[in-house]
Ligand binder design. Structure first.
Ligand code: CU
Length: 442
C-alpha cells in the first residue's frame, strides 16, 4: 500500500467512526425525546462488541426498550437476537447504531454476533426484556459506563503480568509441519490432504471446532522443487462443498480450485485430484476458495513453497532457520500466529549471529503491521517475487492474501518481542493475547 492510500484509509476510518457517533447520538436523542417506544428519561443500554465478547454479558432492558450497539473492536461485527428478525446490520470498527427491541415479548433471549465463528469465539450474551417497564439492572451498568467506567487497575496489572509470565504455554497440536509426499514411479510427488472439522487448541484450554487440513492449523506445509510434477489428492470430510486454491502458483485453469467456475464442487465425502508443475520459485499458500469467508478464517489454510528465493546474504552467510509466519484474525481461530494465540505462540529460539528468513502469509481479513523489536527486517520478496531493491523496515504491513519475505540478522542476545502493532490484536484488559510472540537470541 502506498503512503497516500494509507492516509485515504485512515480518513475513511475516521469518517466511519464519526458517522457511527452521529448515529448513536441520534438514537439516544430519539429515546430521550420520548417520541420512540422508550420511556422518557430512560437512556438506552449500550452494548459493546469486541473480539470476541458482547458486553454486558447479561443485558436487561424494559419492555418496549431499545439498546445502542457499539463496535469497539477492530473488525466487522453485528448483534442479532436469536429466533427473531431483530438484528443490526454488520457494523464496521467504531460504528454505533440504535437497535429497537419493542417487537420483543418480555422474556429471556440469546443474542450473538452472526459473523462466521464470532458467536463460537465468545460473542454471545443473554438479553432479558422486562415486563414491568422498570429499568432493569443493565441500565445502572450503562450509567456507570457512560460516566467513569470502573477499572480495577490492580486486577489489570495482575492479569497482564500473569498472561505474559505464562509464555510460552504448551498446547495440543502444531501447524506448518512439513508434509512428506509419496513419490510415484514417474517421479510425481503425491500429497494427501483431508479437510474436516477437528478440535484445535488455540491457546491453553480454548479448544475450537476448526476447519483443518490433516487436523492442524495452519495445515501441513508443502515444499517442492521447481519443475516437480505435483499431485494433491484432496478429500473433503467437511459438512459443505470445498475445493483447494493454490494462491501464488501458476496452474492450468482447471486446477485453479474455484468451484464451480474451474471445477465441480468437491462435495462432502468426495475426492478431487489436483495436478500442477510449478515452473518457478514461489512463496505461496493453499486454501479453500468455496465458502472462503468462513472456511479460511476457521483454519483451512497452509503454506506452499516452491524452490528457494535468491537471497542477498553477505559472502559466506547462510540462513539458519526459515520461519513461516501465518497470520489470521477471524473465524473460530481468531487473532493468531501460525494458528495459536499468545501465550501459545511458539517463540523462535536462535543463536547470536544467525540469519532468519521469515515468510509472512496473511490468511486473515485485515492487514497486520508486523513489528520486530531491535532487528531490522530486510524485505527481499513480495508475494514470492524477489525485489530488485530489497529495503529495510522495522514494521511490515501485510495485507490479506499478501506474502512478504524478510531476512533478519540476530546480532544482539536477549528476548525480543515480535507482534502485530494493532494494539488490540495483542492486548486486552484481561492481559496479553493474540498476535504476539518473541525471538529468543541465546
Ligand atoms: Cu493485527
Amino acid at each position: 500500500m502506498k503512503p497516500e492510500d494509507r492516509s485515504i484509509l485512515s480518513t475513511f476510518t475516521a469518517l466511519v467512526a464519526v458517522a457511527g457517533f452521529l448515529l448513536a447520538a441520534v438514537g439516544i436523542a430519539a429515546g430521550d425525546g420520548g417520541s420512540g417506544p422508550v420511556e422518557a428519561g430512560a437512556a438506552p443500554v449500550t452494548v459493546t462488541l469486541t473480539e470476541f465478547a458482547v458486553e454486558p454479558a447479561a443485558i436487561a432492558v424494559p419492555a418496549g426498550g431499545s439498546i445502542v450497539v457499539t463496535n469497539a473492536g477492530s473488525m466487522a461485527h453485528n448483534l442479532s437476537v436469536q429466533g427473531t428478525d431483530v438484528r443490526t446490520q454488520d457494523l464496521g470498527p467504531g460504528a454505533s447504531v440504535p437497535l429497537d427491541l419493542s417487537a420483543l415479548e418480555p422474556g429471556d433471549y440469546e443474542v450473538l454476533c452472526t459473523i462466521a465463528g464470532h458467536g463460537e469465539a465468545g460473542m454471545t450474551a443473554t438479553l432479558t426484556v422486562g415486563g414491568t417497564g422498570e429499568v432493569a439492572a443493565g441500565h445502572e451498568g450503562h450509567a456507570a459506563a457512560g460516566g467513569e467506567e470502573e477499572h480495577d487497575w490492580a486486577a489489570m496489572d495482575a492479569a497482564m503480568l500473569e498472561t505474559i509470565s505464562s509464555f510460552p504455554a504448551a498446547t495440543e497440536g502444531t501447524g506448518n509441519e512439513v508434509l512428506a509426499p509419496t513419490v510415484l514411479a514417474d517421479g510425481t510427488k503425491q500429497f494427501e490432504l483431508t479437510a474436516a472439522v477437528t478440535p484445535w487448541e488455540v491457546e491453553p484450554g480454548r479448544v475450537v471446532d476448526a476447519w483443518t487440513y490433516n487436523g492442524t492449523v495452519p495445515g501441513p506445509m508443502i515444499h517442492v522443487d521447481v519443475g516437480d510434477r505435483v499431485r494433491v489428492v484432496f478429500h473433503n470430510d467437511l459438512p459443505v462443498m470445498s475445493d483447494v486454491h493454490f494462491h501464488g502458483i501458476d496452474v492450468e485453469n482447471g486446477m485453479d480450485g474455484v468451484a464451480p467456475i474451474t471445477q465441480d464442487p468437491v462435495l462432502p465425502g468426495e475426492t478431487f485430484t489436483y495436478e500442477l508443475t510449478p515452473d518457478e520459485p514461489a512463496v505461496a499458500m493453499y486454501h479453500a476458495h468455496a465458502h472462503g469467508e468462513m472456511a479460511v478464517p476457521n483454519g483451512l489454510f497452509a503454506v506452499f513453497l516452491v524452490g528457494d528465493l535468491p537471497l542477498p546474504l553477505p559472502e559466506g552467510a547462510t540462513v539458519a532457520q526459515e520461519i513461516p509466519m501465518v497470520l489470521n484474525d477471524a473465524g473460530v481461530v481468531g487473532l493468531s500466529l501460525n494458528g495459536k494465540s499468545f501465550p501459545a505462540t511458539a517463540p523462535v529460539v536462535a543463536g547470536r549471529g544467525d540469519w532468519l528468513l521469515v515468510h509472512y502469509f496473511n490468511e486473515g481479513l485485515q492487514a497486520h503491521p508486523m513489528h520486530l523489536h531491535q532487528f531490522e527486517q530486510l524485505v527481499v520478496a513480495k508475494d514470492g517475487f524477489p525485489l530488485d531493491s530489497p529495503y529495510y523496515a522495522d514494521t511490515v504491513l501485510v495485507g490479506p492474501g499478501e506474502r512478504y519475505s524478510v531476512l533478519v540478522h540476530l546480532d544482539q542476545p536477549g528476548t525480543w518481542v515480535w507482534h502485530c502493532h494493532i494494539l488490540n490484536h495483542v492486548e486486552a484488559e484481561a492481559g496479553m493475547f493474540g498476535m504476539v510472540t518473541a525471538i529468543v537470541v541465546e
